[in-house]
Design a protein around this ligand. Structure first.
Ligand code: GDP
Ligand code: MG
Length: 777
């Protein structure tokens, strides 16, 4: 039978895992491998995907992928402490005590003044960011990794100026799966950090150790930070630290990143292993007796064969051997084998597969987990019950319950939107706006006193203060939105939303995770686009980015209210709601189109961890908000400033660079008049409308203010309700504003950003034409 046939609550033992290539490797790396015990926790409210419990943590898996996993019924395998005595507590340092494993001060230290670089590596949600913030305090800077747009956070460890620590994206294995994971692996392999700080979530230690063992193979000096010890001991569990150190061959420091316990000791050990370049004492985990030792013999044979290649390619030998056996194409390529060597390697691996009775990937994963079980048996006494897990199960009963999941989701999002867009956001926005206004007034008064040149005055007041100011006033909304989203994200809720929305989004060619950016898109496209970085597949990420602009952002709301108020006062609510829905309908249609054309191809398996619910640390949240704010401000004062000045220029001068008294003579009007005919079929052929739409490219709100200025009191006289309807639809669909396009460019590159602008304009134009046609008939 397959995993698909299990009923909720039933347990089974995995016999084989189907599929092939990187995707299958990923499933194996997440611990879904032959021999492992699984329990089906539940199905998502819509019936797909399923939630599994394996090695003591929760995973999601689509039914389609579950079908390729053969299982046999078996009783649940939960370690009960009754069977297993607590580990021997002799020489067991408590939280924060000095470790007793490595001899100190021996060997050849690196010369003084060498910058000790550290890579902070660990699973997602293991507490990397929390630890990073503890280690660096405010000494950190955020940038992108060279060549890719994945956040790179570097920082100096507090009190140790010759250090540099990099927070890497969370990974589960050294076989990369998403673009973020690729970044982590190449950082470790190519940038040669002096040491690795491997952070482990002790409450799901089996899975974390899977990564640890691959990191040990690289031979890079390493310390293990055993995080979340507070939860472990709080529930009555314990870890024999010394035994763990012995079995892994590296210092292990129990810490609680959130409570800042044990962090100083961790730093001491990390500095020591880096300074003295103390390599892990153990890299060889294959057991000579395990299943006849087939895997052991295979690894060692491969190690001998590839020794010189690995040296030449500068890849750690043992690590290279593992990856060659697993068939990692990137590593194999870098090792540049001759044809006969390739054949020999293949022969060795085939031999192992037939002796072991498992294919190469499964055999390697199995070998690692065999050792991990041994380690956990010897060193870890898991708590009988985990308060956090019980609490999570209770919360999940409601938040992912069959009948409650969707209503609660709608309610939560409604609340977030209400708080962001009508309570807290506008309050802060007004505050900031009045600040900007009074500054503008003060500057104006000063300039009048000083009799400053009219042109300069107009530039400063109309160009900079009005332009950048109006964009700047969105800062509070963005920050507030991010505050709530980071609460939802860090608490573990977003993972659940992705879980129960997956089936619906799959129909559109997206995956469950795409829901997050879409939702943020109703607020503002800029943070929405930024939030797509968490998507594991590049295809999903691109597609999601291209769809977010269809979610009507808040800046379009003033346009809707303005037109509805002027032209359709009786049907206001109805029209605005329809516009929002129309945007969603377009997104659905376009995604169906994309699915058939640009973004063909299989959806990647949806294997995602469902972490326990945790309250995020305040410090972390504040850090994040500050970074988002900084990001936004940088943009406001670069791209947006330049753009506003250009618009001001075009609007205030004619072609002979004389200041115009009537905007109708300005360069902008002349340009608008030239392109006006294009807008004729869409019913928008008035230079004032064209101008306002162009300025809407800067910031959507400005459409309204420009129209007010240009039309004065004759708006309803000059244009009819058909034009108004066309205008509404056009504003809904046409290009997102400069800030959004800039962030899309950052994520996808200039070419895609340009395509998006053109394509959205064409779509908007077409839709407006259709509206006009319908209205004329
Ligand atoms: P990352 O995904 O690896 O960067 O993990 P984060 O640093 O974002 O942490 C994930 C969650 O674990 C957050 O909600 C943290 O507050 C929480 N957390 C981190 N360290 C600890 C710890 O030592 N104890 C407990 N109880 N929670 C922690
Ligand atoms: Mg993080």
């Amino acid at each position: 039978m397959t995993l698909r046939n299990l009923k909720p609550g039933q347990s089974a033992r995995i016999l084989s895992v189907g599929g092939d290539g990187a995707l299958r490797q990923h499933v194996l790396d997440m611990g879904v491998l032959p021999g492992a015990h699984v329990t089906l926790v539940k199905y998502a409210p819509m019936g797909d995907p399923m939630e599994l419990r394996i090695h003591g943590y929760e995973l999601t898996l689509r039914l389609k992928d579950a079908e390729s996993i053969q299982v046999e019924p078996a009783p649940a395998e939960e370690h009960s402490p009754a069977e297993k005595p607590l580990p021997d507590k002799t020489e067991h340092p408590g939280l924060g005590e000095e470790g007793k494993f490595h001899p100190k001060g021996s060997g050849n230290p690196l010369p003084d003044g060498t910058v000790l670089t550290f890579a902070l590596v660990g699973n997602q949600n293991s507490g990397k960011t929390t630890l990073f913030n503890q280690l660096t305090g405010s000494n950190q800077h955020v940038g992108n990794f060279p060549g890719v747009t994945v956040d790179r956070k570097d920082g100096v460890i507090r009190g140790h100026k010759d250090t540099l620590i990099t927070d890497l994206p969370g990974i589960y294995s050294m076989t990369p799966y998403s673009s973020e994971e690729l970044v982590s692996r190449s950082f470790v392999l190519n940038e040669k950090p002096k040491a690795i700080i491997n952070i482990i979530d002790v409450t799901s230690i089996e899975r974390s150790l899977y990564l640890t063992m691959q990191l040990l193979e690289t031979g890079i000096p390493m310390v293990v930070a055993l995080n979340m010890m507070d939860e472990m001991t709080g529930n009555g569990g314990s870890v024999d630290i010394n035994a763990l150190e012995m079995m892994l061959g590296v210092p292990v420091v129990p810490i609680s990143a959130a409570k800042n316990q044990g962090v100083d000791e961790l730093v001491k050990h990390a500095l020591h292993v880096a300074k003295y370049q103390e390599a892990p004492l153990k890299q060889d985990f294959c057991d000579t007796n395990d299943h006849g030792g087939a895997v052991h013999r295979c690894i060692h044979a491969v190690v001998h064969l590839i020794e010189d290649h690995a040296k030449q390619a500068d890849i750690p030998l043992r690590f290279a051997a593992s990856k060659v056996i697993e068939g990692d194409s990137e590593i194999v390529e870098r090792l540049s084998f001759e044809q006969n060597e390739k054949e020999m390697l293949e022969h060795i691996v085939l031999q192992m597969e037939s002796e072991r009775g498992l294919d190469r990937s499964a055999a390697m994963a199995d070998m690692r987990f065999e050792y991990i079980y041994k380690v956990c048996d010897r060193c870890v006494s898991k708590p009988l019950k985990s308060k956090e897990r019980l609490r999570s199960q209770k919360i999940d009963g409601i938040l992912t319950g069959k009948w409650t999941a969707i209503p609660v989701f709608v309610a939560i999002m409604g609340l977030v939107f209400y708080l962001t867009f009508s309570l807290i956001g506008p309050f802060l926005q007004d505050l900031l706006q009045s600040g900007i206004d009074s500054l503008a007034d003060a500057v104006k008064a000063e300039m009048e006193k000083g009799e400053v040149n009219e042109v300069i005055k107009s530039l400063v007041l109309k160009g900079i203060f009005e332009g950048v100011g109006s964009v700047l006033s969105f800062l509070p909304i963005i920050v507030t939105m991010f505050f709530f989203l980071s609460l939802l994200e860090d608490s573990g809720y977003i993972a659940r939303v992705a879980f129960f929305m997956d089936k619906l989004l799959r129909k559109l060619g997206l995956s469950g995770r795409s829901i997050v950016p879409m939702l943020i898109g109703f607020g503002c496209t800029v943070p929405a686009v930024m939030s797509t970085r968490t998507l594991p597949s590049d295809r999903d990420r691109r597609m999601t980015i291209l769809l977010t602009p269809f979610m009507s952002c808040t800046a379009k709301l003033p346009i809707y209210s303005f037109f509805v108020h002027e032209f359709f006062p009786d049907a206001g609510w109805w029209i605005i709601t329809s516009l929002y829905l129309l945007g969603v309908v377009f997104a659905v249609l376009v995604s169906l189109l994309f699915k058939k054309t640009l973004f063909k191809g299989e959806a990647v398996p949806f294997v995602m961890e469902l972490p326990n619910y945790r309250l995020p640390g305040l410090k972390n949240v504040l850090h994040l908000l500050w970074q988002k704010a900084k990001d936004f401000l940088q943009r406001a004062f670069s791209v947006i400033l330049v753009a506003t000045v250009v618009i001001w220029l075009l609007n205030s001068f004619d072609f002979r660079f004389n200041i115009v008294s009537d905007n109708a003579d300005s360069m902008m009007a002349s340009i608008a008049n030239v392109i006006k005919p294009v807008f004729k079929p869409a019913g928008l052929d008035d230079w004032r409308i064209v101008t306002s739409l162009i300025s809407g490219f800067m910031a959507k709100e400005s459409v309204v203010s420009i129209m007010r200025v240009l039309f004065g009191s004759e708006l309803t006289v000059s244009i009819g309700s058909v034009t108004a309807a066309c205008m509404l639809v056009f504003s809904l669909l046409y290009t997102p504003c400069v800030a959004a396009v800039a962030s899309i460019k950052r994520e996808l590159g200039a070419k895609w950003a340009l395509y998006l602008v053109l394509w959205q304009c064409a779509l908007a134009w077409l839709a407006a034409c259709i509206v006009r046609l319908i209205a004329l008939i």
